[in-house]
Design a protein. Structure first.
Length: 332
């Protein structure tokens, strides 16, 4: 009698091997998916400038890359960076001007990436107080958030119109108090940004005149942290920036959805989309702007320092190079 081949046994063995392999693959896949999520506390002024951050959170790009964003609100980028240096947050969002100021104070801050380039800063003047041209600002009281880039933009505008900043009286004013301060008559003008510009316009109508105050120089909205935190979390930095790179692509493909989300989150009547460029970068133009601002601070004795720092020492390029190398063109 012919023997019967042992196919059932062989089949069982094959199935067993396949089961073990499949179990291993499933286990690895599950492990990759459920890797430990790390919390990053972000100090932010709740404005549209943070579009990449807020959309990354809403679209779960952070979560998908092992990051959980926790937010702490501040009135200005300066306040957020001050909170960063006190250990209140891991990352702060601020303008490059704040980094310049902190570097001149020998503070340990590093710029991880620009997430927005904007032209949203304006000077609002009371026409009913005889201000018709920039020359009429001489001797006037002007509300600014001191030690922020509004002070620099005002100084640059005055320089270009033949005046020095000492020829006006700067009144330190919280950003959120700008509308009330100028409407109440405490100042003759304010230097501020959206959405406060629109608030003043709606409140005061034709009693005010609004001019751009940036003199053609864009503002760089930056992701800022400390050397210590970055050195302790290099992988987390890359995951964070990778999430923002994915968000940048999402916003390019879905601008209407991103705008609608920001309006809802920030309770805006409208966005100021056209005045912003939401993209990840570390440009040489950023260094040029920082050097310009440092020279202005030195000239106007806002700092006791006499030399412009090497601002490449205040930029961390490795994180962005790892996830979007074409966005880094800083010369060292």
């Amino acid at each position: 009698m012919r023997s019967i081949p042992h196919f059932p046994f062989r089949i069982q063995m094959v199935l067993a091997v396949l089961f073990v392999m499949a179990s291993g693959l499933w286990s690895c896949s599950k492990s990759d998916y459920s890797r430990r999520v790390e919390i990053v506390t972000i100090g932010a002024t709740p404005f549209e400038l943070n579009a990449l951050i807020y959309v990354a959170d809403e679209q779960r790009f952070f979560t998908n890359n092992g990051v959980r964003a926790a937010f702490k609100d501040y009135d200005t980028g300066l306040a957020a960076v001050t909170g960063l240096l006190k250990g209140e947050v891991d990352i702060a969002l601020a303008t490059e001007f704040i980094i310049v100021g902190k570097s001149l104070q020998k503070q340990d801050v590093l710029d991880l990436a620009t997430i927005d380039k904007s032209m949203i800063y304006y000077i609002i003047v009371r026409a009913d107080r005889g201000i018709k041209t920039p020359a009429d600002l001489k001797g006037k009281r002007i509300g600014v958030s001191r030690q922020t880039n509004t002070e620099f933009y005002l100084g640059r505008m005055l320089d270009l119109n033949g005046m020095a900043i000492r020829q006006v009286t700067m009144v330190d004013t919280k950003a959120s108090d700008m509308a009330g301060t100028i409407a109440g008559g405490g100042v003759d003008a304010v230097v501020t940004w959206e959405p406060y510009v629109t608030q003043v316009k709606q409140q005061m109508g034709n009693r005010v005149i609004i001019w751009s105050v940036q003199s053609g120089q864009v503002s760089y909205w930056s992701v800022v942290s400390t050397p210590k935190w970055i050195s302790q979390h290099p992988d987390l930095v890359r995951h964070f920036l990778k999430s923002l790179a994915q968000t940048e692509e999402y916003i390019i493909q879905h601008p209407a959805e991103a705008k609608a989300f920001l309006q809802k989150r920030l309770k805006l009547r409208d966005t100021y989309w056209s005045q912003n460029q939401f993209s990840l970068s570390l440009d040489q133009s950023l260094i040029t702007a920082m050097e310009d601002e440092a020279r202005w601070m030195i000239k106007n004795k806002i700092t006791t320092e006499k030399q412009v720092p090497d601002f490449t020492n205040y930029i961390y390029v490795d994180g962005l190079k790892a996830v979007k190398p074409e966005a880094v063109n800083i010369i060292r």
